[in-house]
Write a protein that binds this ligand. Sequence first.
Ligand code: UDX
Ligand code: UDX
Length: 475
Amino acid sequence: MLTGSIKKVCCIGAGYVGGPSMAVFADNCKNIQFTVVDINKDRISAWNDDDFKKLPIFEPGLDQIIARTRGKNLFFSTEIKKSISEADMIFLSVNTPIKISGLGAGKASDLKFIEASARLVAEEARGFTIVVEKSTLPVKTAETIKSILFSSQTIKNDIQIDRKFSVLSNPEFLAEGTAINDLENPDRVLIGGDDDDSIEALSSIYENWIQKDKIIKTNLWSSELSKLAANAFLAQRISSINSMSAFCEVTGANINEVSNAIGTDSRIGSKFLSSGPGFGGSCFKKDILNLVYLCSFYGLDEVSNYWEQVILLNDWQQKRISHLIIQNLFGTLAEKKIGILGFSFKANTNDTRQSPAIKICKDLLEEGAELSIYDPKVSMETINLELTNTSISQDESKFSNEKITVCESIDEVAVNADAIVLITDWPLFKNINWDTISKLMRKPSWVFDTRNCIDDVQCLKANINVWKLGVGILR
Ligand code: UDX
Ligand code: UDX
């Protein structure tokens, strides 16, 4: 092998990580063929749809890259075995959810999809193949992958099969909503491994568009752990600022002013200091729970408890927001209508995994509220699925859960609402005309802004009571 000798790449898993990553790879490496495979036929069909609005993932800028590369050097396919057998390099980008039963249930990562993919690679690969962990994985997972790959049969039906493997860790740091920019201009690329030639082969792919000095090379375990550590540190910052938001509300301090004041200290830095309804997304909670599990497995109980507190604070933040809403609406939500603005876990994505909206909405429903929900990118079906855990088609939904109405506009959400709760900071929520909204709401009306992003002066002028996270009730 090596540098420059990678001609065909296969990526197993056409999700939020696999799809956008391979699209950007293909856009920057015209001489390499990238095939993204998935067991989910519907997902692959959606990736191949001529209507770019039907791509399975909404990510700003993704559709243009797909338009440039698909059918040229980027392919989406369900022919998993064929693609593996032809590939010089294989990325594992399958999901790694938290185990729901058995040893480590509720904390440890379920590696069944990684294991199944490794077994398939062990069976189907031909020649020398570099296997790259893209999914976020517990430290030492490469050992499992290696032991599956290195014990694969090289003689089948008396025929010698030429098969050799090398395993690398190359975690993805992209954030949803900014995935394309994160992939095109990453702060760093991390490659962990113990075979220098393989590391160089992967590095040379990235060097097509990324400066060499941004590519960090480490051993396998440092690379695996760095991804968990990065997510844990980021989540910890959010829990830290959220803990301060509660303290601001009881003391008269303002979280935006505090955040700005501490963020100007160059040792602290200004990023990731926005208080909100708690972090969501597929990674933070899962990765910290995993860290908590591994630390306790290795007997590091104090370390484990330390990181667990980041999750507990996050859960508490969501609970306290729903409590506050209930308290301010005279202690009961029965016969009241609450409008919810935003359902995705952050702006610019249609992803709802671990979205704070889910917990807050469930708490409000439990108190008897009727909810009207609007999100510019999340479908009615997804909202119903998250809140009722049953798949409901668009037509049936209003009847199946009469307490939930998924709306198509902000105005529709406001009609007869006693309160509006802003959960996701979509840009269009920053420019709401509160005069118009106020006329549609029932009095006394409330707005609970959990992202500190509405025009509160206009809102107060429009005769709406305002509560802002990290500030409290505005007078
Ligand atoms: C990724 C990472 O892989 C995960 O470890 C990280 O923590 C979060 O991000 P993501 O791309 O967001 O996961 O997951 P998802 O959108 O669920 O996509 C995974 C895809 O893998 C799915 O489309 C699923 O059908 C596919 N899959 C799963 C396979 O093709 N084969 C399998 O055996 C299992
Ligand atoms: C995260 C990591 O940033 C990324 O590097 C990793 O690869 C995957 O996990 P993602 O979950 O897509 O990315 O989004 P991110 O922007 O990190 O936001 C996560 C959550 O934290 C969101 O719910 C967001 O609203 C919240 N958040 C973020 C805050 O509440 N305040 C902030 O200042 C920043």
